[in-house]
Ligand binder design. Structure first.
Ligand code: C2E
Ligand code: CA
Ligand code: CA
Length: 423
């Protein structure tokens, strides 16, 4: 029942302790809590620095958890990089959440391994025992469901199990299944939003944005289904479908008009991405020189070397690269020097704040000055009002996109719009 490495109890010990506590609480009905703690990014440490480094971190983590808890709590090691804590005197979800945040903080401090230090984060799933009919393993399963949800929604997170959580998980599964069906029958469509020269309103190109309507579920926004597609491995097929359809539409537009296509973060860790995109453009008969690829900083962060080689391959084929949502996420000015961006898209949040807060105004002006200096084009996103466009124009921003100039419309509507003689 004891783990030789850390000296902590094992899963068996945990189950035994929980079962005994459940027995005790039969006569004294009060809730208690368990928390499953998972170290994020532990596996690469083992691979990079060797097993003994990994063992050292686990020992330090075990000590920190012990030190962070009072004597009434039990810490056990329930997986290779997973610990489970039993807290008999945590009675509410609120308290469980507070405790979990403390554990994350404690585990996030740097670890010494030999001459170096490394940093890890942790994810925690908690569950409260408040149903007298529950068994130890049912309770653990709940905490694991919560942990899964915490990891799913980004690491370094804390989730406490609840009914709503289960319903949310079921709804994700329903969407996933419907999306798989829609992708294989080609039912997800790109719509096209104009990107214009602000002074004249002339359309220079369109950004393709995915649109999906399911017969049963109704319209589902890309903000919902794109993350699900990424997480459940549907993105490669979905993206291929959208690119084929987008390029088939864009090849009918007058020549200089470009197509701007979003790549998701996970496509930037797959070295074959650029080759596939260019092959599709070639096959469809759309000149890659009229193609722009929008990527986000998050996408560049995960595997910078792979992302750099994908970008280089795109550039060789004449595909232009735009940095999307600039100013949100982990923006680093250094990135602008490391990667050869052609274009930078100023995030909508700055444009919407432009007229009301000074900070947004200064940030936008600084971004524009920087773009001019670096020879990068700037596009302002999410322009809804004339006054915003006027302000951006005053600051020297040439390109814009937003409801003021048009929402994303069907392939047919977009093509009709550019086929008309410009007035
Ligand atoms: P994004 O790439 O930043 O796309 C711009 C989003 O802003 C779109 O939302 C667009 O409809 C919306 N938008 C444009 N102008 C305005 C405006 O003036 N006001 C407001 N309030 N919103 C405006 P949408 O279509 O819901 O897409 C959301 C996100 O989903 C996109 O953000 C992108 O990250 C992702 N996405 C959409 N289609 C695709 C796709 O084909 N592939 C990938 N990888 N991601 C996609
Ligand atoms: Ca975009
Ligand atoms: Ca954007």
């Amino acid at each position: 029942m004891t783990d030789p490495l850390t000296g902590l109890g094992t899963r068996l010990r945990l189950e035994d302790k929980i079962a005994r506590l459940i027995g005790k609480r039969q006569s004294d009905p009060a809730p208690f809590a368990i928390a499953v703690v998972d170290l994020d990014g532990f596996k690469p440490i083992n691979d990079l620095y060797g097993r003994s480094a990994g063992d050292g971190i686990l020992k330090q983590a075990a000590l920190r958890l012990r030190a962070a808890l009072d004597d009434t709590s039990t810490v056990t090691r329930t997986g290779s990089d997973e610990f489970t804590i039993l807290s008999p005197f945590i009675f509410s979800a609120k308290a469980a959440e507070r405790l979990a945040h403390t554990l994350v903080a404690v585990l996030s401090a740097p670890y010494d391994i030999g001459a170096r230090t490394v940093r890890l984060t942790a994810s925690v799933g908690s569950a409260i025992y408040d149903d007298a009919c529950e068994t130890a393993s049912q309770l653990i399963a709940k905490a694991e469901t919560a942990l899964y949800q915490a990891r799913r929604t980004g690491r370094n997170r804390v989730v406490v199990y609840s009914r709503e959580l289960v319903e949310a998980a079921q709804s994700v599964t329903r969407i996933e299944q419907a999306l798989r069906r829609a992708v294989s029958s080609g039912e997800v469509e790109p719509h096209f939003q104009p990107i214009v020269e602000m002074r004249t309103g002339r359309i220079l190109g369109f950004e393709a944005l995915a649109r999906w309507r399911d017969a049963d579920l109704g319209v589902i926004s890309p903000g919902v289904f794109i993350p699900i597609a990424e997480e459940r491995g549907i993105m490669p097929d979905l993206s291929r479908l959208l690119l084929i359809k987008s390029a088939e539409t864009a090849r009918n537009w007058p020549d200089p008009l470009f197509l701007s296509f979003n790549l998701s973060s996970e496509q930037l860790i797959d070295a074959s991405t650029a080759g596939e995109v260019i092959a599709i453009a070639d096959r469809v008969g759309f000149d890659p020189k009229r193609l722009e690829i929008e990527i986000t900083e998050t996408g560049l962060m995960t595997m910078p070397e792979t992302a750099a080689s994908i970008i280089a391959e795109f550039k060789d084929a004449g595909v232009r690269i735009a940095l999307d949502d600039f100013g949100t996420g982990q923006s680093s000015l250094g990135r602008l020097r490391e990667f050869p961006f052609d274009k930078l898209k100023i995030d909508r949040s700055f444009v919407s704040g432009l007229l009301s807060d000074r900070a947004s105004e200064h940030i936008v002006r600084a971004i524009l000055a920087m773009c001019t200096g670096l020879g990068i084009e700037a596009v302002a996103e999410g322009i809804e009002e004339k006054a915003q466009a006027a302000r951006l124009d005053k600051f020297g921003c040439l390109l814009g996109q937003g409801y003021l100039y048009g929402r994303a419309v069907s392939a047919r509507a977009a093509t009709e719009r550019v086929a008309k003689p410009l007035s």
